[in-house]
Design a binder for this molecule. Structure first.
Ligand code: M6R
Length: 609
């Protein structure tokens, strides 16, 4: 949510700031700005409402040779997207960019009104005014002023601050919102996400909560808010440039959907022993005894990560009969007074590893003594660093706001975790073997589907793009796929899509069936096949416009559209069906000419509550 960049060195700062912001644009894209300093008391502050491309045009008309600056791409929290509300914000000689939310901004604003003329509606302007208050026009070091200000602030922040009076240094700090410092040759780079640094340096320091750093072109000094020096760990940035580029695709979303055979292969790498039908996950760091003693599994996530948890829970309970599994939405769970039974373990699921609600649940559960296991994609992210153990899904960077490849890898990683629990509990290998076989074959099955499905799904999408409403239906393991399919469609095509278990139709949703709706039904050939077919018949009897996705050869109801999936898979066909839904959402959005990768009002990585 929002992106921060900063540069100090011997190259053109505007160039890095714009290229860095373009990389971070998926994190927020309603307004943007940069400021650079010429070292002689002149600052060039440029802001736009809208995309980075607009800022780029403005910069081209206001080119400087400045070697230091900070920038920001915004996802609005306080105040509408506008040039006035865009960052950097200014007070006196100071400029500041901020990710996060200052919760006590109103009371601070009231105190600062006499010394600072507020021009925006943002909480960030309060922070820069506060820093300036302690800076006293350069009487005190900038880092001291930042620390004094942050001590008064409640909320979350990742910030970068520069002063016209100290044109060689940037002060950065974090609490609950990530910040990375890239170490270059006579240059230091700042970003809220390491992807902005790729291609510039491979060496990075990830700031921890409560730390403040003062960086120049050739020095980095890190302290805690209580002035304790911190000796930082320099880590390697593992992402390469190709992973964050479109690689010939029109959109990141299509690239990420099509990448799933390889991204899932990475999730499985070294973790499955096909011959002996065993799963090995080193990361969770649980002994056999600890695995055996698990009685209750809580799966925490938001959005797609939550849906992956729901799907995994349906599977895990099939082969691990003596544990109860509770997938929970982090935004709800954090405020519930849930009773956590003895011998609980929590899976904390997040693609970005930065989602505020998920992080809050992780911290609460840890405080209650529950063992937490991360199912995370972004390496080095906050959640990945705070969990007791974890399994990276290794799906590679996911840039499109709509999450696709992460879902598949998250679900499979959690099912593999379930299998390790089952193995430790002594569940018969003959019961687990079919699951392990199918997981091992899943990348190939996905590859086959992605070779054949896109053209027909594209045509299907053209046919249904005129609708404003959709109902997604499925039962049992197909129900979480309905949830996920509906989320994907509404998120990028703005079609009002809701999901129901097919067995719930008669309890209300059937009343919706009319010519404004189409019904998207997932129909795997399993024990509930006939029951779902009955549901479809009830919809057809009321004139529904039904699309069925099925692997059943003999499906013959007179529905409007059918997508047949030819596969040897029996257990994990719903995962294949989900890919059809992903493609459907993609092609409908393209047909409607909407922004596929950056849907309105949203941003990747929800680091605010
Ligand atoms: O980074 P996370 O996996 O924690 O993100 C969770 C949700 O914000 C995310 O899955 C969101 O629902 C996606 N935009 C869905 O496509």
């Amino acid at each position: 949510m929002c992106g921060i960049v900063g540069y100090v060195g011997n190259k053109n700062a505007q160039d890095f700031l714009i290229s860095g912001l373009k990389r971070l644009e998926y994190r927020g894209y309603d307004s943007a700005g940069i400021v650079t300093l010429n070292g002689k008391g002149r600052a060039t502050l440029l802001k736009v409402k809208g995309k980075i491309s607009g800022l780029e045009t403005k910069v081209a008309k206001n080119k400087t040779t400045d070697k230091i600056g900070i920038g920001h791409t915004r996802w609005a929290t306080h105040g509408e997207p506008s040039e006035l509300n865009a960052h950097p914000h200014k007070s006196g000689k100071i400029y500041l960019v901020h990710n996060g939310i200052i919760e006590n901004y109103k009371e601070l604003k009231a105190k600062l009104k006499s010394s600072h003329k507020f021009v925006s509606e943002t909480d960030t302007e309060v922070l820069v005014a506060l820093v300036n208050h302690f800076y006293s026009d350069g009487k005190y070091p900038l880092s001291n002023a930042v620390v004094q200000a942050l001590k008064l602030v409640h909320g979350t922040y990742g910030i970068a601050v520069v002063s016209e009076l100290n044109p060689n240094e940037i002060v950065v700090a974090r609490s609950g919102s990530p910040l990375v410092i890239g170490i270059g040759n006579n240059e230091t780079l700042i970003a809220s996400d390491a992807s902005a640094l790729v291609g510039h340096t491979k060496k990075a320091i990830y700031l921890n909560d409560g730390e403040v750093a003062t960086v120049t072109a050739d020095s980095i000094e890190i302290k805690t808010l209580n002035s304790q020096p911190v000796s930082a760990k320099v880590e390697a940035i593992q992402t390469d440039l190709s992973a964050i580029q479109k690689g010939g695709y029109d959109h990141f979303l299509l690239k990420e959907i099509m990448e799933q055979p390889s991204s899932l292969t990475e999730t499985l790498r070294g973790r499955i022993n096909r011959e002996e039908h065993l799963v090995h996950l080193g990361g969770p760091k649980l002994s056999d005894e600890e695995l055996k003693s698990i009685k209750h599994l809580i799966i925490v996530g938001c959005g797609t990560a939550y849906h992956a948890g729901v799907l995994a829970s349906y599977y895990i309970e099939q082969f691990t009969p003596d544990i109860s599994i509770e997938p929970v939405m982090a935004s709800e769970y954090r405020y519930r007074h849930a009773h956590v039974p003895e011998n609980s373990v929590a899976l904390i699921v997040s693609q970005s590893g930065e989602t505020a609600d998920t992080l809050a649940c992780l911290r609460d559960l840890k405080a209650q003594g529950v063992k937490t296991i991360g199912i995370i994609n972004a390496i080095g992210s906050t959640i990945a660093r705070e969990v007791d153990g974890g399994t990276y899904i290794h799906a590679g960077p996911e840039i499109s706001v709509a999450s696709t490849k992460a879902f598949t890898s998250q679900a499979v990683a959690m099912i593999m975790f379930g299998l390790t629990v089952a193995e430790a509990k002594g569940v018969k290998n003959s019961l687990l073997a079919p699951y392990i076989d199918e997981i091992a074959n899943l990348p190939k099955a996905i590859e086959k589907l992605l070779k054949n499905a896109p053209e027909s799904v594209k045509n299907l999408a053209k046919r249904y793009k005129k609708y404003d409403h959709a109902i997604f239906l499925g039962r049992d393991v197909a129900y979480p796929i309905a949830l996920e399919g509906a989320l994907k469609l509404k998120e990028i095509s703005y079609i009002d899509a809701n999901a129901y278990p097919a067995g719930e139709l008669k309890h209300g949703p059937l009343a919706l069936v009319d010519d404004r709706f189409f019904e998207f039904v997932f129909l795997p050939e399993n024990n509930l096949y006939d029951k779902t077919v009955s549901g479809i018949q009830e919809v057809l009897a009321r004139g529904g416009h039904v699309i069925v996705i099925t692997d059943a050869d003999d499906f013959s109801l007179p529905v409007e559209s059918v997508v047949k999936i030819t596969t040897k898979m029996k257990i994990f066909t719903p995962i294949l069906m989900n890919l059809v839904a992903q493609l459907f959402a993609y092609y409908i959005t393209v047909a409607k000419n909407y922004n596929v990768d950056q849907p309105r009002n949203l941003a990747k990585s929800v680091t605010v509550e």
